[in-house]
Every structure is written in structure tokens, then in C-alpha cells.
Design a binder for this molecule. Structure first.
Ligand SMILES: [Zn+2]
Length: 366
């Protein structure tokens, strides 16, 4: 028996996030119909977010010391915190019991659901064991995931090859730390294996400075993460090769690496999506990313909304996700347009991007 539901309100509709008044009909998890019609409903029906870059494995460490306190100022020194293989993050991950790791990741997945995210892409450390932990944490969750794994066997070439094969049979691709953290020959092997498996090769690049950008580009990656220090010529190359970028604004702020040139990326026609990065540094709440992109980066609200929804889905190859359209999956959030926070907003997209919060959500369907 099929299960049909009708919801009325302001609908953020289609690939251009046009706001229409009307109702949608959902049948068995699919958007069956969308109709324009005058309505008194104060509901806002929006596509769910796609969080295009996370490290939810470090959900076990949410309040690390950020650096040295000088007077009232904390001088950030996060490089050593997240750097593989001996940074604090990796030491904590290695010493945390399996059940605790899974429980912490589960909480982050539930938090993503609660805050309106229907899909995420995780850079998973810890080789095959790391993949298995995340899969256990995902057990029975409806959220869609992309797992980009990372090898641990980097000393021996044969072992590396065998491990890469194993990883790629169990994950959606590889998510590498960066070309300054690892020997290029390992990264080249990883790239080659990912291509052979038809899998995604994603890599951090240009986060602290631009010293690893050329090397990252030489690997012909499928997705670049950060590119905070990319210059015009870098973005030209990225655009020419049609490589999408995932930016992580809040992460870049807390690590004090600077502001990514997001408007320049968009000007070059690059597909730009958004991620919350390490749970250790930021909650997985995409509303916070939207507010920052709108208010601090000064990016057009509709563009911000697209980057956090459809663009993430496009980059990650998540079909029929990221927008409200007939035939798409009904991964939607119902927002209370009459909440104390949102009542009186005139421009739906701007209202949501600049000021909506998770507590304005009435329900999330994923
Ligand atoms: Zn990252």
C-alpha cells in the first residue's frame, strides 16, 4: 500500500530555488506532484541540506584546546591538532574504544538529521576499520552518505595496493589529507587505483597556504576541499578542468587560515559546495555555514542556499536529491515560517539563509 501525503506552504522549488506558494504531494518517499495555489499556510517547504565535507570520526573530541591564551586572546595553533599521523586528533582516535567511537558518530549523524541535513560526505580515517565503524554508526539511519576512505599502510607498496583495493571495494572513494602530508608516489598510486575502480578521488588543498595546490591539481582530483589560498591562476585551472570545490567557512575561521575566495570561485564558473569539516571544531549544522556565507562573505542568499543543497548533491552524484522537483526524493524539511524567529520574513530564501535555525524546523523527511 502506498503512503501519500500533501503539504501546503511556501515551496522552495526546482533547480533555481524559486519560491512558490502551493502544495506538494509525496508518495512513498518521492515528490509526486507540485502545484501552485494560494494558501494561508505559514509552512516553508525546503530541500534538505547536503553537507559535502565532514570528519565525523572525531566526534569523540569536541572541545580541544585551540592554542595558547595570551591575555584575552587565544593564539590558534591547530596544525598539530589535526595533522596525521600523530596530531592530538589521531592520538585520541587511536585510543578511543570502538563502541565509544561508534556512539559519538551516531550522535553526529542524528544531529545532522535534526538540523536538516539529508546527505553528507565523510573523510574517513583509519582504513577499512574506519569504514566499518562509520557503517555501524550509520546502521538504520536514513541519511545518505558518501564515504571517502584513507589508507593506513603507507610504508610498503604491496600492502598499500592491497589496502587501496580493499578500501575502494567498501567505500565511495578516497579522501586524502593533502600533498604536504604524504609522499606524492603514494598519492599517485591512490589516484590511479581510484580511477581503476571508477571511484572518487578527493583531497584537501590550499588550506594553510597555496604550497600544495599545484601538486594536488597534478593528481587530477575529482573534488578539492578548501582551496582557501587559491589564486586566480589556480581557480582558472580548476575551472578549465571542471573540478568542484567544497569550502568550509567556519572551519577556516576557527583554524585562522583565512577566507576562501568563494565569490571568485563562483565567478570562474566552478561548482562550489559547502561542508562543516571536523566535528572536533564545528557542529554539523549547515544553518551556521549559510549565515556566515551570507553575512561575512557577502554572497547572494540564493547562491548560498544552492551551494548548501543542490550543489552538494550534484558534486557528490546524489541523484534526485537537493531540490524539490516532481520525481525527486522527498528529502525535505518543513520550516515554521511563523516561529518567533521567522514570523514576518518577506523574502523566504533570505530569511532562511540569514536567520533560520534548527529550532525553526518542524520536521525533517529524509
Ligand atoms: Zn577536512
Amino acid at each position: 500500500m502506498s503512503w501519500e501525503q500533501t503539504i501546503s506552504g511556501k515551496i522552495i522549488y526546482g533547480p533555481d530555488a524559486e519560491v512558490i506558494e502551493g502544495y506538494i504531494v509525496i508518495d512513498d518517499g518521492i515528490i509526486k506532484e507540485v502545484h501552485e495555489k494560494k494558501t494561508d499556510s505559514q509552512l516553508i517547504i525546503a530541500p534538505c541540506f547536503v553537507n559535502a565535507h565532514t570528519h565525523i570520526g572525531d566526534s569523540v573530541c569536541k572541545d580541544p584546546e585551540l592554542g595558547e591564551t595570551i591575555g584575552h586572546y587565544v593564539k590558534r595553533d591547530l596544525g598539530q591538532l589535526v595533522k596525521p599521523p600523530d596530531g592530538l586528533k589521531h592520538r585520541i582516535l587511536n585510543s578511543t574504544p570502538r563502541d565509544e567511537m561508534i556512539g559519538a558518530m551516531k550522535s553526529s549523524i542524528c544531529d545532522m538529521n535534526y538540523t536538516g541535513t539529508c546527505a553528507f560526505a565523510d573523510f574517513r580515517e583509519g582504513g577499512i576499520n574506519g569504514i566499518n565503524l562509520l557503517k555501524e554508526a550509520l546502521n538504520s539511519s536514513e541519511i545518505e552518505e558518501r564515504i571517502f576512505a584513507r589508507p593506513v599502510q603507507t610504508e610498503d607498496e604491496d600492502k598499500l595496493s592491497a589496502e587501496l583495493h580493499d578500501l575502494l571495494a567498501n567505500a565511495d572513494g578516497l579522501g586524502m589529507s593533502g600533498t604536504n602530508d604524504m609522499d606524492m608516489s603514494i598519492l599517485e598510486t591512490a589516484r590511479e587505483q581510484a580511477s581503476k575502480h571508477g571511484a572518487t578521488f578527493a583531497i584537501h588543498s590550499g588550506e594553510n597556504d597555496r604550497s600544495d595546490i599545484d601538486k594536488a591539481l597534478s593528481l587530477d582530483p575529482d573534488i578539492l576541499i578548501h582551496m582557501t589560498h587559491a589564486e586566480k591562476q589556480d581557480l582558472k585551472k580548476v575551472s578549465e578542468n571542471d573540478i568542484p570545490i567544497v569550502v568550509c567557512p567556519r572551519s577556516n575561521f576557527i583554524t585562522e587560515v583565512g577566507m576562501a575566495p568563494v565569490t571568485k570561485m563562483l565567478d570562474e564558473g566552478i561548482k562550489v559546495a559547502v561542508g562543516t569539516d571536523n566535528v572536533m571544531l564545528n557542529s554539523a549544522n549547515m544553518f551556521s555555514e549559510m549565515e556566515m556565507l551570507s553575512k561575512i562573505f557577502g554572497i547572494d542568499d540564493r547562491q548560498v542556499f544552492m551551494m548548501c543543497t543542490l550543489m552538494g548533491a550534484t558534486i557528490l552524484g546524489l541523484e534526485k536529491t537537493g531540490s524539490i522537483l516532481e520525481g525527486n526524493k522527498s528529502k525535505i524539511m518543513i520550516i515554521n515560517g511563523n516561529s518567533n524567529n521567522l514570523t514576518g520574513i518577506r523574502e523566504t530564501i533570505s530569511g532562511i539563509v540569514r536567520r533560520a535555525r534548527p529550532d525553526d524546523i518542524l520536521s525533517v523527511m529524509i
